[in-house]
Design a protein around this ligand. Structure first.
Ligand SMILES: Cc1cc2nc3c(=O)[nH]c(=O)nc-3n(C[C@H](O)[C@H](O)[C@H](O)COP(=O)(O)O)c2cc1C
Length: 179
């Protein structure tokens, strides 16, 4: 696709994937997009952990009581980590990299969905980040913002409805003062 206007309309979250493998080239293109994404003060203090092992994907999918199960079905999951010791904007930087990968994936005909990790917890109160740290062995200075599950879509999703956009949330100039 060479039209970003069309791409932003077509990208939808996909949580059901086919068995088709993602080529090494496409995976590299997705990671390239993350590594080209903008960061505060150009610190580039993110890390990306690529997981394609079915057994590990299933374990990752259990890091929250709900909302993370789709990861088990993904062909690849990319765990997006930020370094709190390097930048106070780690969360923004990680988020921008994550969503950039989602648009690149969509451009390649792949589906993806964001699984939130930061501020999410197991039923016993354990942070989901700790569950992933145990599974993936990342150090204390790194925190997972999210996991992006990727694969070929097993379902077709409708593009965003142009008539349903919240244009009322766009304010041209200052908001009206309340009196
Ligand atoms: C910050 C953020 C956190 C999200 N967390 C989850 C999640 O934990 N699990 C999930 O299935 N989807 C998650 N999503 C996907 C949203 O549910 C989805 O983007 C939203 O419903 C809009 O649908 P669309 O992406 O198809 O336009 C998240 C999206 C964002 C941006």
């Amino acid at each position: 696709m060479d039209n970003f206007k069309e791409l932003v309309q077509k990208r939808r979250s996909v949580r059901k994937f086919t068995e088709q493998d993602i080529s090494a080239e496409d995976l590299q293109t997705i990671l390239r997009a993350a590594l080209m994404s903008p960061t505060s003060k150009s610190t580039r203090a993110w890390h990306f952990v690529v997981v394609d092992d079915k057994n590990l994907l299933e374990k990752i999918s259990l890091c929250r009581p709900m909302g993370s199960q789709f990861v088990a079905d993904a062909k690849v999951a990319i765990v997006v980590l930020g370094d709190r010791e390097v930048t106070d904007a780690w969360c923004e930087d990680a988020s921008i990299a994550a969503v950039t990968m989602q648009y690149q994936a969509a451009d390649l005909g792949l589906g993806s969905c964001w699984c939130q990790i930061r501020n999410r917890f197991m039923e016993n109160g354990e942070p989901s980040d700790n569950v992933l740290r145990f599974l993936l062995h990342y150090p204390e200075n790194l925190t997972a913002e999210c996991v992006i599950g990727i694969g070929y879509p097993a379902i077709e999703r409708k593009p965003q409805n142009e008539d349903n956009l919240k244009w009322e949330n766009v304010h041209v100039g200052p908001l009206a003062e309340e009196n």
